[in-house]
Design a protein around this ligand. Structure first.
Ligand code: DGL
Length: 283
């Protein structure tokens, strides 16, 4: 039998992007810009967000449910945890315990490692400020990973628990929001004026960018993770052709939320910068 004229398409796997809510859209936006050919499925667990103040066990369970849904229902082969809290609290356990129990070769990647691999290049003073959720900051993941890649650089961390609530509750761009943004930035920079680089170590925070920039000195570099994660995924796929070849390339984007999709669509469209029509899913 001659197969050469048959169009056998074995590339059917998609890339899943997961966050507790809206924040991962800031990463998805950079991913589709850098890698437009791939098919992406976005899942926001808005019904249970924020994750930032939840226990290790809860964040792990929620994240695992989401990852399994992206694997098994959406046929994703690769899932990006576009969430620092989930990356800090659930990624290691999923990679070391859950994935080896599967018979397939699914992968899960986080956002902390790619960020800490390069963030040290941005600072001249050797002092980096890291703002994140209580969960991310308490895990100390950024300080630990930075020590591996950039020993000697000082990491100064500030948990900003209310910032994700402001985003999830649609308080973006309102005057009251500035108060809480300024409160945490003043607290951080008041203690560590040597900081010249501020890392937004929560994927929700770029949605507060204008307020953040207004409240830091103009020569501070404010770094968000979208571009960093997109570059890192690009080089990961180049290093892993066995995964890359299985990914479908129709340029499609699907959106799912665990909350009411009408509310999600409205804000997601604003954050993502393009039309978002989501479906509701119960995990
Ligand atoms: N966007 C998330 C992060 O990067 C989680 C925020 C939350 O749910 O508290 O940490």
């Amino acid at each position: 039998m001659v197969y050469s004229n048959l169009n056998i398409n074995l590339s059917v796997a998609k890339i899943g992007v997961f966050d507790s809510g809206y924040g991962g859209l800031t990463v998805l936006q950079s991913l589709v810009e850098k890698l437009p050919q791939y098919d992406f499925v976005y899942l926001g667990d808005n019904a249970r967000a924020p994750y930032g103040d939840k226990s290790f066990e809860t964040v792990y369970q929620y994240t695992l449910q989401a990852v399994n849904w992206l694997f098994d229902v959406q046929n994703c082969d690769l899932v990006i945890l576009a969430c620092n809290t989930a990356s800090a609290k659930a990624l290691r356990q999923i990679q070391q315990v859950d994935l080896p129990q599967r018979e397939d070769s699914k992968r899960v990647l986080g956002v902390i490692r790619p960020t800490t691999e390069i963030i040290g290049n941005f600072t001249k003073t050797g002092h980096i400020g890291v703002v994140g959720t209580a969960g991310t900051i308490k895990s100390n993941s950024y300080a630990i990973e930075m020590e591996r890649f950039f020993p000697g650089i000082q990491v100064h961390q500030e948990a900003c628990p209310i910032w994700v609530h402001l985003v999830e509750n649609r308080f973006v761009g309102l005057p009251g929001t500035d108060y809480f943004v300024k409160y945490h930035l003043d607290h951080l920079f008041g203690q560590f004026p040597q900081i010249d680089t501020l890392l937004l170590a929560c994927t929700h925070y770029p949605l507060l960018m204008s307020s953040i920039q207004k409240n830091v000195n103009e020569n501070i570099a404010v770094i968000s993770q979208g571009g960093i994660v997109a570059n890192s995924l690009n080089s990961y796929l180049q290093r892993h052709p066995e995964i890359e070849q299985k990914l479908s390339k129709q340029g499609s984007r699907l959106f799912f939320t665990t909350e009411k999709f009408n509310d999600f669509n409205q804000l997601a469209t604003l954050f993502y910068g393009d039309d978002v029509i989501a479906e509701r899913v119960i995990l």
